[in-house]
Design a protein around this ligand. Structure first.
Ligand SMILES: [Zn+2]
Ligand SMILES: [Zn+2]
Length: 422
């Protein structure tokens, strides 16, 4: 693909942002593009995911997004392969006896209404989101595009080995990484690179191996009590709202940990019907995080105890479900060094950081950990891009010059790995 083609692809994906397990147009567009390449395999949908997915929307919701994708021109034969919201794809090309190198890119959008201000380039240039209320506000449209660009560049090179490009759904809800890691597609990977644009790094800056991923676990807890007249017979009720309130207060009271930073947040509460009814049902959604997977698991275990104890205190039941989850991991320094060396020799790269602290969570860590546990190496690469608004805001945008630059750095690094084995 030429640079102009890459920009066109990015803008097309930008116009059609889709959240977790609803990336129908996006997957179909990518697969349609890749089918014209000389590949050894192109796995799609349920072929790239284990079947233990969480956060899958109901059939009605899936149908609505599927219809929207069809109407936007997505190919019906590809959509048929994404049954039940099994989105995503993995492209494989075997080029000789060298190592198996994978690139992971994420492809999902966010539930944010995109700015229509003149100063916002996608609005001014006519590629603003056509899915009102949804937006590529994190740059995953650029990531998917970089995935296609890197595949092309490696196919054009004299790389000897196997290249796999993994187009992963559902990163923002941290639900896509685990089933893709467990799909078997990464079992033979020697080197894995993942990439994110921006992250407050300007255009021209490359971070060779990002660290500081917080492990995270999200939960949904439904408290169920018994309704009663709040004036006439309050003592016969079991107040689910009191149970939820007790839980929230005490979640924030989980002790700090000497081994490192932890986080806890309750972000959603829903329930109750009227002031004169003891509330029967209340749901809260929250998350815990930690510097390491162990710290996150400490928080998770304490949080579960708080939730069940709060329910018991108020004669309620609680049903706790895990939503998204991701471990912590580190970029392998040897692999990051290859990326750094390549970046130093790449036109347009003006600044290189060996490492940086993400300070957030990312479910690429599932894929990285999967590869690392089998003796492979993994690194998470940051490709700077000037973004007017911050990530996850309605004025986020990508400096499109960073797409070509990301392709150059990643494809060259992958090609280096057939001779240089960190
Ligand atoms: Zn994001
Ligand atoms: Zn992102």
């Amino acid at each position: 693909m030429t640079t102009a083609d890459l920009v066109d692809l990015r803008r097309d994906l930008h116009r059609h942002p889709e959240p977790a397990w609803r990336e129908f147009y996006t997957t179909a567009r990518i697969v349609d593009e890749l089918e014209t390449r000389d590949l050894d395999a192109l796995y799609v949908g349920s072929e790239v995911l284990s079947d233990d997915r969480v956060g899958v929307p109901d059939d009605e919701e899936l149908d609505a997004w599927l219809t929207q994708a069809r109407e936007a021109g997505a190919r019906a034969d590809i959509l048929d392969r994404l049954d039940g919201g099994t989105t995503g794809a993995v492209a494989v090309a075997e080029r000789g006896d060298g190592p198996t190198v994978a690139l992971r890119v994420d492809i999902d959008g966010l539930p944010i209404t995109e700015s229509s201000a003149d100063g916002h380039a996608p609005a001014a240039s006519g590629f603003r989101s056509e899915h009102e209320g949804y937006m590529h506000a994190c740059g995953h449209d650029a990531h998917a595009t970089i995935g296609v660009g890197v595949l092309d560049a490696v196919l054009d090179s004299d790389f000897e080995g196997t290249i796999k490009v993994c187009f992963q759904p559902g990163e923002e809800r941290i639900v896509g990484g685990e089933p893709m890691a467990n799909s078997g597609r990464l079992d033979d990977v020697d080197y894995l690179l993942a990439v994110h644009v921006g992250l407050d790094h300007p255009s021209g800056e490359v971070v060779a191996g990002v660290d500081g991923f917080l492990a995270v676990s999200q939960f949904e807890a439904e408290f169920v009590g018994a309704p009663a007249h709040a004036g006439a017979r309050p003592e016969t009720g079991a107040n689910a709202m009191q149970a939820a309130a007790t839980a929230i207060q005490n979640l924030y009271a989980i002790p700090r940990h000497a081994a490192g930073a932890t986080r806890v947040n309750v972000g959603v509460i829903e329930g109750g019907t009227a002031t004169n009814i003891v509330p029967e049902r209340v749901t809260i959604e929250g998350e815990v995080r930690g510097d390491t997977t162990e710290l996150m698991e400490f928080m998770e275990q304490r949080a579960r105890r708080v939730l069940s104890s709060a329910a018991e205190l108020h004669d309620c039941e609680v049903d706790v479900a895990t939503a998204g989850r991701a471990p912590s991991t580190r970029s392998d320094r040897g692999l990051a060094a290859v990326v750094g060396d390549v970046a130093r020799a790449t036109d347009g790269v003006t600044s290189i950081l060996d490492s940086d602290h993400l300070g957030g969570s990312e479910d690429a860590t599932y894929l990285m950990q999967h590869v690392q546990e089998r003796g492979g190496k993994a690194a998470y690469v940051g490709v700077g891009t000037d973004h007017p608004g911050g990530h996850h805001t309605d004025t986020f945008d990508v400096d499109e010059t960073s797409i070509g630059l990301g392709v150059d750095v990643l494809a060259t690094a992958i090609c280096e790995l057939d001779t240089r084995r960190p």
